[in-house]
Design a protein around this ligand. Sequence first.
Ligand SMILES: [Zn+2]
Length: 82
Amino acid sequence: MLCYTTYQYFKFKFNCNCGSKGSLEIGQKPLSFKKGGRLLDEKGRLCCPNDRSPLFSIVEKHIKSNDFEVVCKKCQTLFDKA
Ligand SMILES: [Zn+2]
């Protein structure tokens, strides 16, 4: 599910088709950050629109719904589910 770390902070919550729920949180949310718009979808990888860093990808077929917050390491911009 995760690429190599191009994010500073990553929080992800999901509901799976099988009924299970989960969440994970990696790294420290920075004290100051810019707020970004929508992530770019590059062949299933969600990328930072500012510097095209591939941040993470979601294996959609098993996940019914999800919610996330991610901060790009390169430009310190926070993206969340729009
Ligand atoms: Zn970035």
